[in-house]
Design a protein around this ligand. Sequence first.
Ligand code: ZN
Length: 177
Amino acid sequence: MNRLITAKDIAKRDNMIGVGAWIRSASARQVQLKRITVAWDGRTVNGEPVQAFVNTGRVLAQCPICGRHEYVDDQEPIFYCTTCGNGGSVAARPVEFPEDWGEIKAALLKRPIVEGFGRNEIEKVLNSKPENLARDWRPGVKAEELEEENDPPVAEATSPQIAGGHGDLGGEEVSHD
Ligand SMILES: [Zn+2]
């Protein structure tokens, strides 16, 4: 499976039609369990946006009130913390994705992973190990920077070898033929 895990996958796993439906259901359950006082009302989205980020192939955002994380999705960019109920609010918050989100995703997905054991795709990603670079991204990092990490410039990558072998090679190899 070569994509990032988002809130949409969590909703699908739990047989919900979308992120909004999942948040309504999950927050209502937390109210029943008396862990939070109110659930998301299913409509209100306001306040300061939270920033999406990527950690080991998972698209997340951090609750600005309690610091816990929730999965988010760019197609339904709403955030509601099931741990603190957005601080006891009926309102979800908007989620901010960067302009070059598509390119960022593409750059991260070029980084191969070895899937771990899991009963579903989400667990396999959670238990995966990067072959080399981790599928991590934080706000402010451009897609080009990720691509450059993926493919370091040739001169930079090979310069130690060129420098080391230069004295031995001299000009002879070139003029031989
Ligand atoms: Zn919270």
